[in-house]
Ligand binder design. Structure first.
Ligand code: BG6
Length: 514
């Protein structure tokens, strides 16, 4: 008999009666991609659109319009999409899906400053609305350098495309970098917001589209086990690592002068920090989720002095596995005197009751030992160890590690008795792995995010204020580095410059070896 207040079978009173297996499908719409010849469009956007169509999540009337300078016919554009889909799509190729999707492909030739080209674009969309039934709903995907945002926004405004007609929507999707510091981000945001209201602006941070990143919220707020220890009473420090093994050959145009901190700390890593450190939102409504992220980002600042709490590096030649690779300065397109960092690490304090005194260490780099992104909560040591000291030599800190990628999952690390007749304690791991726990494959981040744009679901898109707060956090480090010389060299295939290790050693800590 159940004599307490808890029902024998616990039922969630808020349980939604809808069948959750029925996915939401986008309504009639057209997507216009600017920057259709770029890498992102070919490797991520076009394949994701095909994958969505293949999963039955796009409407039959869907249309995709490419806008670029090339002198292409609709068929040439179709061929580019076809090649991209064949090479990069996640789901199998199905001819009937492709044929239906390809009927909605159009290409508009022009440059961004060409009024006539935007008039042709408007005409193409009008025709599609009337003939294909795209319903006057248009998403404009700016997969272009931020320098071109103002002119494209202005053209969309002049040609009437930014205006939302009665019962229809018009949305703009922008890709990072959202500026290169706080001031430029504010300027960029004000240009975009002068044409599109904030509710129609979707800023892509593709990390938020990753299943493992969304799972941070499920892990923390759907369980009773973790939240009680998710604070400064138990956590010693937090390490957020985004390591890549690839180099920057071929990416000089974008990366030189930008560097690792602007490329990924300002956006991906600070978003991971926000989700890890924020308080429980009242609900998962976009406004309430954003309010909590904004609150925690407002409480976050660089710990100082910056010469001791930050590090930046640049890779030199070395070995990546069995491949001999060149240093950044010998990569195609980089100047021999480039001071662009390919590695950056910072220490942050989160000034809240929950986190006071817990350093958050963020690091990212190219050409590191291997590709891995993880968030590790490292716990304080037990206040007393009633063992013979030599029996706990191999006992480290307890850790909870969210493995964002690859090998997506969660690891708990704790001490366990080594079998035998001594009370020897050693670290062991307990693993949850997406691959073995779930039969379904995770969709690509861009599938989720593009679908959310078409559904008008803004939860996974950082708002203006989050972007500006992130620059506010990072700017002092960028200024410090700009004033203090060159990044420290580190060998390709290593785990970064010596200064990054010293940064933690000063407080008696060490980076995790993922
Ligand atoms: C992008 C950065 O945002 O993320 C790249 O501009 C980086 O430099 C990429 O390589 C990594 O994404 P992912 O999803 O492969 O971790």
């Amino acid at each position: 008999m159940n004599s307490g207040n808890t029902p024998a079978v616990w039922q969630n009173p808020l349980r939604d009666k809808r069948d959750k297996r029925m996915p939401r499908i986008a309504g009639p719409c057209a997507v216009v991609i600017f920057g259709v010849t770029g890498d992102l469009a070919r490797k991520k956007l076009m394949p994701a659109i095909y994958d969505l169509a293949n999963r039955g999540l796009l409407p039959p009337s869907f249309a995709l319009i490419g806008f670029a300078r090339r002198d292409w016919a609709d068929e040439d554009f179709g061929q580019i999409v076809y090649d991209a889909v064949k090479k990069h799509a996640r789901t199998p190729f199905r001819q009937e899906v492709w044929d239906r999707l390809a009927e909605g492909f159009r290409f508009v030739q022009g440059t961004f400053d060409d009024d006539a080209a935007f008039a042709r674009l408007a005409e193409t969309l009008r025709k599609l609305d009337a003939e294909r039934g795209t319903g006057g709903n248009h998403a404009f995907y700016l997969s272009i350098p931020p320098g071109a945002f103002p002119v494209v926004c202005e053209q969309l405004s002049k040609s009437g495309l930014a205006e939302t007609q009665e019962g229809c929507w018009s949305r703009v999707v922008i890709e990072k970098p959202f500026g290169h510091d706080l001031e430029s981000a504010e300027a960029l945001n004000s240009v975009v917001n002068s044409v599109f209201p904030e509710s129609s602006v979707f800023r892509i941070d593709h990390y938020l589209g990753k299943e493992t990143v969304q799972n941070i919220l499920a892990l923390r707020f759907a369980n009773e086990m973790f939240e009680p220890i998710w604070n400064a009473h138990y956590v010693d420090s937090v390490q957020i690592t985004m390591a890549e093994d690839i180099g920057l050959g071929g990416r000089a145009g974008y990366y030189d002068g930008i560097g690792a901190a602007r490329d990924v700390i300002q956006n991906h890593l600070l978003q991971l920090l926000a989700l890890t450190a924020m308080e429980e939102p009242v609900s998962f409504s976009p406004a309430e989720l954003q309010a909590e992220k904004i609150k925690v980002l407002s409480a976050t600042r660089l710990a100082g002095p910056l010469e001791e709490t930050t590090s930046r590096g640049q890779y030199t030649a070395g070995w990546q596995g069995s491949e001999k690779v060149v240093g950044l300065l010998d990569e195609e397109g980089f100047s021999k005197t480039s001071t662009t960092e390919t590695f950056a690490a910072i220490t942050l304090d989160v000034d809240t009751r929950r986190w006071a005194g817990v350093p958050f260490y963020l690091r990212t780099g190219k050409r590191l030992g291997r590709r891995v992104t993880e968030i590790a909560l490292l716990f304080k040591r037990a206040p007393h160890l009633p063992f013979d000291a030599s029996m706990t030599d191999e006992l480290g800190q307890n850790a909870l590690v969210i493995r964002v990628q690859p090998d997506e999952g969660i690891t708990l690390r704790f001490g366990s008795k080594v079998p035998g007749n001594k009370m020897e304690v050693r670290d062991v791991n307990m693993d949850f792995s997406y691959g073995s726990a779930f039969a379904e494959d995770s969709p690509e981040a861009y599938e989720r995010l593009i679908l959310d744009v078409l559904l008008g679901e803004p939860s996974l898109f950082p708002v203006n204020e989050e972007v500006e707060l992130s620059w506010k956090i990072l700017d002092p480090a960028l200024e410090h580095w700009a004033e203090h010389g060159k990044p420290d060299p580190y060998e390709s295939g290593s785990w970064g410059p010596q200064s990054a290790f010293e940064m933690l050693q000063r407080s008696g800590r060490d980076w995790r070896r993922p």
